[in-house]
Design a protein around this ligand. Structure first.
Ligand code: G6P
Length: 377
């Protein structure tokens, strides 16, 4: 209803603006500053939970799968644990051979997505049938709904605590899922001593400063993307590019735009553009490129340059520095460590999709053919 939307035109915009509060709550619950550096995150299991695990597999759909992909990057690159993300709907019928000491994480905002629930159930069954302790079923659920089917099915649950999300296109629950993976990666890194105490404390402190950064970013980018959205009235195709930890953000941006604006969009790892998608480029195609400081900054810029050479309209998401002058439009992001950059780059992506769809007069909160939770396989 209008009352619940407050001054916002749509729930989606209201929920985008609620993200600093989502982060605040998550930090006060999971990242209190009085914990020891060996166990700096307040996760609701005994710390021995983390010790036997040698490998992680994550099952999810849609936006939750994109959060899982950022999670896998963190678990592998920050905490050093081999991690694979699966489409739950594919895993169900083509699971990999059983590996020992594996944690299976199911990620579902609603806790009701049939593909994810049945993939988890199948994995539990095939592991329970083994009489070998190394192959025992170890499962963890990440959800925004602690009273869901997922919570009844899986005993270890992490509540992302984002509060009710009404818009079909997930925003604040995505941020909550991302934060949950930061918490898990930090705990694994700490328990396994994959990172020094300083590196761990540094990441914790960066997360603690996130709510304030999000507040500023949302205000600024709400205005910038609203103006920019007017240029997309005739746009039919948008390509989102990202690399490394921001590649899943490019995928998520493309999904958001498709879901609510019905514009054809694709997300690509920027280095792959030359192997096909570059053939699509001309002046009618918009390219949105994430180029944040880090190991792939120069590479991401040169990939963007290739798109510009094909006359595509080039929008950049990155720091305001001389190198990012190549963009026709820059959506500026403060210079933060690459580890936490996805928590910031997602903001202009959500707002750009929102404003493009709202400018077209579409029903942003209830897009055609989509449902908030899909309870059929
Ligand atoms: C639906 C929604 C998507 C969502 C997906 C997974 O398809 O339209 O926005 O990402 O379900 O939902 P879940 O509740 O499992 O995270």
């Amino acid at each position: 209803s209008d009352i619940e939307k407050g001054n916002f035109r749509h729930f989606m915009l209201k929920e985008i603006f609620e993200q600093p509060a989502t982060a605040d709550l998550w930090i006060s619950r999971y990242l209190p500053d009085d914990l020891p550096v060996e166990a700096p995150v307040a996760l609701p299991f005994d710390n021995s939970f983390f010790d036997p695990i040698e490998e992680i597999q994550i099952l999810a759909c849609g936006t939750s799968r994109h959060a899982a992909m950022v999670g896998a990057y963190l678990l592998e690159q920050f905490a050093g644990i081999p991690t694979t993300v699966f489409f739950a709907s594919e895993f169900r019928y083509a699971a990999p051979p059983l590996a020992p000491n594996t944690l299976t994480i199911g990620v579902t905002q609603s806790g009701e997505t049939a593909d994810t629930l049945s993939a988890l159930a199948m994995e539990h069954e095939r592991r329970s049938a083994c009489n070998d302790i190394a192959f025992a079923s170890r499962q963890l659920g990440v959800t925004n709904m602690v009273e869901s089917s997922l919570a009844r099915q899986v005993s270890n649950i992490l509540d992302i605590g984002a509060g009710l999300e009404v818009g079909v296109a997930a925003t604040k629950t995505f941020l909550g899922q991302l934060l949950t993976f930061y918490g898990l990666a930090i705990m694994f890194a700490a328990r396994r001593k994959a990172r020094s105490a300083n590196e761990i404390l540094d990441l914790c402190n960066q997360l603690r400063s996130l709510p304030k950064q999000l507040r500023n970013l949302i205000e600024t980018h709400n205005e910038l993307t609203e103006k920019l959205s007017h240029q997309f009235s005739e746009t039919k195709d948008v390509i989102f590019l990202g690399r490394g930890i921001n590649y899943p953000i490019a995928l998520e941006a493309a999904l958001k735009l498709k879901e609510i604006s019905y514009i054809h969009a694709e997300g690509y790892p920027a280095g792959e553009m030359k192997h096909g998608p570059i053939a699509l480029l001309d002046k009618k195609v918009a390219v949105v490129s994430i180029a944040t400081k880090g190991i792939v900054f120069e590479k991401a810029l040169s990939n963007a340059q290739e798109a510009k050479a094909r006359d595509a309209c080039l929008i950049g998401i990155g720091p305001k520095v001389p190198e990012t002058d190549i963009f026709d439009h820059l959506l500026p992001i403060p210079q933060v460590s690459e580890w936490i950059s996805p928590l910031l780059t997602i903001i202009p992506m959500q707002l750009l999709s929102y404003h493009i769809a709202a400018h077209r007069g579409l029903d942003v909160d209830q897009p055609r053919n989509l449902a908030k939770s899909v309870t059929v396989e």
